[in-house]
Design a protein around this ligand. Structure first.
Ligand SMILES: Cc1cc2nc3c(=O)[nH]c(=O)nc-3n(C[C@H](O)[C@H](O)[C@H](O)COP(=O)(O)OP(=O)(O)OC[C@H]3O[C@@H](n4cnc5c(N)ncnc54)[C@H](O)[C@@H]3O)c2cc1C
Length: 455
């Protein structure tokens, strides 16, 4: 099914690359991260093109809920403890700067994209959630964010009682594809141009070869395994959204909401719909084996909370989850100083895309970015990532071992892990790294390349 954004925007078709070219900068991937990076580089007067394997915004960007926030769940208290105050402050400030940058671009370019400035609330319905929220509010304030804790009786828009909440002020929401469309109109983009492999400064595509001084991988999940080793440093999680309309369903809300409890829900309104989000789980884990997951969980909740609601559309998407919770933005590897990467957005890719674009622009222009150190892919935050690292290693060992004994059709073309059947979405999904294929074995989601699983 299409998201509310895809249903309400026609993105113009782009040309395909024809033959071989030489260019200063190439961005691989026309999602939010790629388009913003190209836009910033072009604004600096640099020569840049974007190549896209499929259609522009054909990846996760069309399926976001498009909250532009520095509020990313319950993170700051934990991040300060595990990575230190300085890095946590850098993360918070980078996200606050990214929110402002959206506003500036929208104003400067005169973009109409239903941009609204409003607050975002973290909430809990449990008594023991209050303490966590109080801690989070304290941490956020210490890191320079305008935030405050409030008791739940002050929240009236949600269809249930809330024990407590943290309000982050000056956050925003928008129509991501209307914004995206306005930027793509200014750029040179080649669609149906798939980067098959990259060797040094050369990108081999299905349409011709590109030689570039700088190469930016904005492909959601990097598809080159070595160097970089991103497949060892993150996994993917799917999340689900229902668009609801009907009696007692709000068409507009004065804020955005995000639940911190197990099975917590996300709320925002858009295009006269309420967008109810949640049900996340590791890609490739069978939904029926998990509680509070997938469309079935969201539909159950929608029925309970808004019995008279009708579903106008529904969709799901996935994002890369780095072990330490911080995106990888900067040099792909110290072995390839002219390759750049933007990945691991942790389901917060609107601000993370903007931060990527700002950092990569500064690096290419030889300017020191204040946020380069925070997001550098060359960091080692062992303490912050050890738990997720162990889980990922376990999943990969199981997936690869099963892959050795499974039929070739149910083996992922990325690294050979065993694919599991996703009954809710009728797809074959990889629990190791998150590649997905439809029932005809056509690739839907990377890091696998655009080809059928090994036969
Ligand atoms: C359900 C859900 C809700 C979300 N809501 C929010 C939210 O409210 N706020 C927020 O901040 N974030 C949110 N996110 C996260 C956010 O949507 C993503 O992080 C973001 O859209 C990722 O953008 P991207 O440009 O990195 O990737 P994509 O949009 O996936 O773009 C990558 C592009 O690269 C192309 N590509 C891949 N490989 C190649 C290749 N070899 N050659 C050429 N092109 C290639 C792909 O086709 C794709 O078009 C949400 C995520 C989910 C799953």
């Amino acid at each position: 099914m299409q998201s509310v954004w895809s249903k309400t925007t026609d993105l113009p078709k782009q040309k395909e690359l024809k033959g071989n070219i030489h260019i200063q900068n190439v961005v691989i991937g026309a999602g939010m991260a790629g388009i913003l990076t190209a836009y910033f580089l072009q604004k600096k007067g640099l020569e840049v093109i974007v190549i896209e394997a499929d259609k522009i915004a054909g990846g996760q960007t069309k399926d976001t809920t498009a909250k532009i926030t520095s509020q990313h769940g319950l993170i700051y208290h934990d991040m300060m403890k595990k990575t230190g105050k300085s890095r946590a402050k850098g993360y918070a400030q980078a996200n606050e700067t990214a929110i402002k940058a959206y506003e500036e671009i929208i104003r400067e370019e005169g973009i109409t994209c239903h941009y609204e400035k409003l607050s975002s609330f973290l909430y809990s319905t449990r008594e023991d959630g209050k303490e966590l929220l109080v801690q989070e509010a304290r941490a956020a304030v210490e890191l320079g964010i305008k935030a405050h804790y409030m008791e739940g009786d002050k929240i009236h828009e949600l269809p249930f009682e809330v024990s407590g909440a943290v309000c982050f002020e000056n956050q925003a929401q928008f129509h991501p594809l209307e914004f995206f469309k306005a930027l793509t109109d200014k750029l040179t983009i080649y669609e149906n141009t798939n980067a098959i492999f990259v060797h040094g400064h050369i990108i081999a595509t299905n349409r011709g070869t590109i030689e570039a001084e700088n190469i930016i991988f904005a492909t959601h999940y990097p598809f080159i395994n070595v160097p970089g080793f991103y497949f060892l440093r993150q996994h993917q999680e799917r999340s689900y959204v229902l668009a609801l309309k009907g009696r007692n369903v709000p068409e507009k809300m004065s804020a955005m909401y995000y639940g911190i409890d197990e099975g917590g829900l996300s709320f925002r309104c858009a295009e006269g719909n309420l967008l109810l989000g949640g049900g996340s789980h590791r890609t490739g884990k069978r939904v029926s084996h998990c509680e509070n997951k997938g469309y079935s969980y969201l539909r159950e909740q929608a029925h309970l909370l808004y019995p008279q609601a009708e579903e106008t559309t529904y969709w799901a998407a996935q994002d890369c989850m780095p072990h330490d919770g911080i995106p990888f933005i900067g040099r792909y590897s110290f072995l390839r100083p002219y390759w750049y990467v933007a990945t691991g957005f942790h389901k917060w890719g609107m601000t993370s895309s903007m931060i990527s674009a700002m950092i990569i622009r500064d690096m290419i222009c030889g300017k020191q970015s204040p946020y380069e150190e925070v997001f550098t892919p060359q960091r080692l935050l062992f303490r912050a990532g050890i738990k997720d690292l162990c889980v990922d290693i376990g999943e990969s060992v199981v997936g690869l071992t099963k892959g050795l004994f499974s039929r070739k059709e149910t083996r992922c073309s990325h690294m050979g892990c065993h694919l599991t059947w996703n009954e809710e979405e009728k797809s074959w999904d990889c629990p190791c790294h998150g590649s997905r294929y439809d029932n005809d074995r056509k690739l839907i989601d990377n890091p696998a390349q655009r080809q059928k699983p090994r036969k």
